[in-house]
Design a protein around this ligand. Structure first.
Ligand code: FEC
Length: 315
């Protein structure tokens, strides 16, 4: 082993990324749009959404930092001294490539990548993996990936507990726990993923069905949220289309379980807590949502066990 070679296994923990400040929103949005700057109207609208979530703070950054630290702690408990976590973000610094570069600078030769999103789509997790793989190849790092963990028993348990808590909170408004409608949701993607035979929708339905069954929920459905502002068709129905249909059916209380996300961030704190909640109120319904996983110990164990399994599968 050379002087600089590091026997530890690098763990590239990848997440969406968020701006560092309001001044950074334009560069961030331009990166999401693959180098095309947003129009002034789109930029103002996005800044307005960040302002609305507690005055323009960017909670995703702190939550991702916490998840990376929590995963490092858990790996340290399970396999002392064996793993070193690095952060790589899709649309903000440190970018995915920066995380891989840092591993190389530290002499890491073998690594595993995992995304802080449980479901695989070629347009989401697949994109993270492609960038990490390319950079790792350039730098001579052998890297494997956890592609999904949407049915990990500890993830399901953490979600089940949150759904049960939410049902307890809404039982009174609904006139009984069994009268609460549970709406599982995830970020929409362009409809064209269907032609690609993408597993994203199927995996989301599998998570939803497993959590509903564990929590004893009979009345549930899946809906999409946060579709992009582009002209192509996105997977629907969107939650803002689903809510009026539920109101027509006489639903009085809705519990949203955004199982496609793992942190408090814009798409949850704005799209659900502000926008969808206001829409429900206009329809005389009460809307609540489950608490996000953030640094939940069961989620940290899900990540750590998935990483270790991926590494052992390779040995
Ligand atoms: O809190 C924050 O600052 C960031 C919240 C955030 C998360 C997130 C997760 C996902 N996205 C996914 C797909 C797309 C596609 C487009 C797209 C656009 C945006 C915009 C913002 C944004 N996303 Fe996002 N996403 C978050 C934020 N996302 C802001 C741009 C303005 C807007 O449309 O609202 C469309 C890109 C294009 O224009 O071509 C596609 C998917 C996830 C969940 C998986 C993951 O976390 O990677 C899928 C968090």
């Amino acid at each position: 082993m050379s002087e600089h070679e590091n026997r530890k296994i690098g763990v590239l923990v990848m997440s969406y990324g968020t701006p560092e400040s309001m001044d950074d929103v334009e560069a961030y949005y331009t990166h999401i749009r693959r180098g095309h700057a947003p129009t002034p109207e789109l930029l103002a609208e996005l800044k307005g959404r960040y302002e609305a979530i507690v005055g323009g703070v960017f909670p995703l950054r702190e939550n991702t930092n916490g998840q990376v630290a929590g995963l490092q702690d858990k790996l340290e408990q399970l396999a002392p001294g064996r793993y070193a976590c690095y952060q790589g973000l899709k649309h903000a610094k440190p970018y995915i490539e920066d995380g891989v570069q840092q591993m190389a600078d530290d002499g890491i030769k073998k690594a595993v990548g995992i995304v802080l999103a449980p479901h695989y789509s070629v347009m989401s997790v697949g994109g993270y993996i492609k960038r990490a793989q390319e950079k790792a190849e350039q730098l001579g790092i052998e890297i494997s990936f956890v592609e999904q963990y949407h049915l990990h028993p500890k993830l399901l348990k953490a979600l089940e507990d949150r759904v049960s808590d939410g049902l307890g909170r809404l039982a009174e408004a609904a006139g009984g726990r069994e009268r609460v409608k549970v709406l599982f949701s995830a970020h929409s993607l362009p409809e064209k993923i269907r032609e690609l035979g993408d597993p994203y929708e199927r995996q989301l339905l599998e998570t939803s069905a497993a959590v509903a069954e564990a929590a004893g929920v009979k009345d549930w459905q899946f809906t999409w949220q946060s579709a992009g502002r582009t002209r192509e068709p996105w997977l629907g129905p969107d939650i803002l289309e689903t809510l009026p249909v539920l109101a027509e059916d006489g639903v009085k209380a809705v519990l949203v379980a955004p199982v496609g996300f793992v942190s408090d961030h814009l798409e949850v704190l704005y799209d659900l807590d502000i926008e969808a909640r206001a829409a429900a109120k206009d329809l005389n319904m009460t809307l609540d949502r489950i608490a996000m996983l953030n640094r939940d110990p069961l989620y940290m164990e899900t990540l750590a066990e998935s990483v270790i399994d991926a590494v052992q599968g390779k040995e």
